[in-house]
Design a binder for this molecule. Sequence first.
Ligand code: QV4
Ligand code: CA
Length: 492
Amino acid sequence: NKSPHCHNGRFGIVHLFEWRWADIAAECERWLGPKNFCGVQISPPNEHRIIDSPDYRPWYQRYQPVSYKLDSRSGNEQELRDMVERCNKAGVRIYADLVINHMTGGGQGQGSSGSYWNADSLSYPAVPFGSGDFNGRDVCNTGSGNIENYNDANQVRNCRLLGLRDLRLGKDYVRGKVADYINNLIDMGMAGFRVDAVKHMWPGDLQNIYSRLKNLNSRYFLSNSRPFIFQEVIDMGGEPIKGTDYTHLGQVTEFKYGKELGDVIRKNNGQRLRYLRNFGEGWGMLRSGDSLVFVDNHDNQRGHGAGGYGSILTHADSKMYKMANAFMMAFPYGTVRIMSSYSWQRNIQGGKDKNDWIGPPSNGGNTKSVPINADNTCGDGWVCEHRWRQIYNMVSFGAKSQNEPLRNWWDNGWQQVAFSRGNKAFIAFNNEDREMDVTLQTGLPAGTYCDIVSGQNGKGNCSGKTIYVGNDGRARIQISNRADDSFIAIMV
Ligand code: QV4
Ligand code: CA
């Protein structure tokens, strides 16, 4: 349950946030497969609430389940199945986002598949869940019924997160319904799951649910393969609930990673690139094999969750963002996730983005498909970070070097660092406010290499910088601080 089941020579999970299933299927075939991506995290595939006011069709409506029917803003069950099959055939794994801690917030209505729901009477007939299937006053003792104090582990698990109706996961019937839903996704060929709001569920309840899960579909996976599980727990320290409370069950999202890496690349609080030498476990983070890492996610890129605007880097800070992603993919720590976003107009007032709710590009609430431009970028408001050359070429770098040890670390004491992965790949960063010009040991065999950051290595021609590695493995590395990208990467 800690293996993402990547095919050989593949690397990185891309979160195609709010994409339609039909677009993901096409993306697996035309891009993710050919570019050596391991897999895709998809938005929650189940029926969700539809919100029209005060926010019109916000992205967060998908974190309010109405039923486990496979009919959502991203498409219907038929399209979901087609996607899973086509992605598997292209060598790309699919991981679904599971919202199983709760159902909707207050109100009533019809979900994305037309199912009726009523949060006041705790009625979700399309599952069906009724009032006995939710945590109540017997287990939650806060005045509001919501989580009020994160220092009380009991209320964090048994009370409502943001008013969301909290499922009674201690109950056999509820566990069974949740497991049936997940097993349906396993049967269709999914490789694993991001589990939402894990801090708000008891480890024992999750253990019970996970133990009910089938092995992965033998059409696509080796027999007896277990689903890959990565669990969303925001642990920045200082709360009684720790990420390590869940690492025996699967991997855990390491939220310190993106915050600290953002701080280093922004040079906040006297941080220096050279301090990254022991990034990860050396910085008090989870064990590498337990850790799911990312520069930003769908929450903290818009001020939800944890991290903070002054630390987290996003596509809006593109130069620093590419550097952070490159470091993450080159450095040996954790399982890597890459964010793929849509754009929205940020409007920060008093520390909060008034537009943090804005949903994906849509026509009257119907999510638009993703058009691909001639230069491989995306149109219609889809940012597609995973199609930025500097990012997808680093996926290839990761794919090629992931089993190689960190070697040949060099730094200038401040904001310039370089290292190799065995004798397969080498990367150097210049985050100083001046030029870098040094001769470094690359660990690579002698030869002429093409920098995959500044250009593309085509058949016999290199559109990027050329780097010459001598017989002694050394190369002259020149990086301007004013270049589009102030790092270079080469590989055999
Ligand atoms: C509001 C008030 C409540 C009130 C309630 C009345 O804030 O105090 O009780 O109305 O019903 C939306 C609204 C939120 C609203 C709530 C309920 O933003 O204002 O409550 O709905 O109607 C996403 C968004 C949330 C959103 C939620 C459900 O981030 O804003 O809430 O979806 O639509 C903690 C958790 C961590 C969590 C993180 C955001 O430990 O698990 O907060 N992260 C995950 C997901 C995240 C998602 C959820 C959990 C919930 O990554 O995207 O929240 O599924 O750190
Ligand atoms: Ca709960």
